[in-house]
Design a protein. Structure first.
Length: 244
């Protein structure tokens, strides 16, 4: 009488592999978190202090992240940032503004930060994206890492030009060459692998806006001063003199 052979189905094998991988990922995250907790903490300069308090020929104003106190509380509850700045610099020719949010390592998954780009949040607020470019480098003596460039038109037909970056550690988050109103299905897997490889990283989401094309303000001394602050924050291109 022949003995029957026990065989595992392909789906069961795949499930075991996924379960083991998830356990290894979680153990690695816990290990790295414990290592990070034992490292001496470095005090961060508040963004409101780090960024220029004024720019030549421009009026500075710090802005809230909502039109009402309830709206601000809602945004803070969603983003859970550890520090932020939203500051405008206005001249007779127009306004440029900087928004930066910061998260300490292991505070929030990269995929959740990546879900709140202008592509999604502005579109959901009634803005239309009418132009986009990828790997856009602002023209300046301060050579920066490449940004995503967008042109949006608001419900009131107001036009804003946007550059945005997402730093994870010292690396740029890869959004791909696409409009990111909805995250790519592969981003979750990629982000999990990245977290396993690099461990918890601090994050910055940086958005620079202008109501004029950036080409029209590239000779503005204040604009270059602002770009210099962004370079010092971590956006300097490693291949440039600024980033060495």
């Amino acid at each position: 009488m022949s003995k029957s052979k026990f065989r595992l189905s392909p789906m069961l094998v795949a499930g075991i592999v996924v379960l083991v991988a998830a356990m290894l990922l979680q153990l690695n995250v816990l290990r790295r978190s414990a290592q990070a907790a034992n490292q001496p903490k470095v005090e961060k300069v508040p963004l409101a202090t780090f960024m220029p308090a004024s720019l030549p020929g421009r009026v500075t104003k710090d802005l809230p992240l909502g039109s009402t106190e309830a709206a601000v509380d809602r945004v803070e509850g969603i983003l859970k940032y550890d520090d932020f700045i939203y500051r405008s610099y206005t001249a007779s020719s127009g306004t440029i503004a900087i928004y930066i949010a910061y998260w300490v390592p292991d505070k929030i998954p990269t995929r959740l930060v990546a879900a709140h780009t202008p592509d999604r949040c502005w579109s959901n607020s009634g803005w239309d994206c009418v132009g986009m470019r990828f790997s856009e480098v602002p023209q300046s003596v301060h050579r920066l890492k490449p940004a995503h460039w967008r042109q949006f038109i608001g419900p009131d037909k107001h036009t804003e030009y946007v550059l945005f970056w997402h730093l994870v550690g010292d690396r740029l988050y890869d959004y791909g060459e696409r409009f990111n109103r909805m995250p790519s299905p592969g981003q979750l897997v990629r982000d999990s692998i990245s977290q396993f490889s690099f461990g918890p990283q601090e994050q910055y989401f940086i958005r620079l806006t202008s109501d004029q094309p950036f080409e029209d303000v590239q000779n503005d001394a204040g604009f270059h001063e602002l770009l210099g602050a962004l370079a010092a924050l971590g956006l300097a291109d490693a291949g440039s003199a600024t980033g060495k």
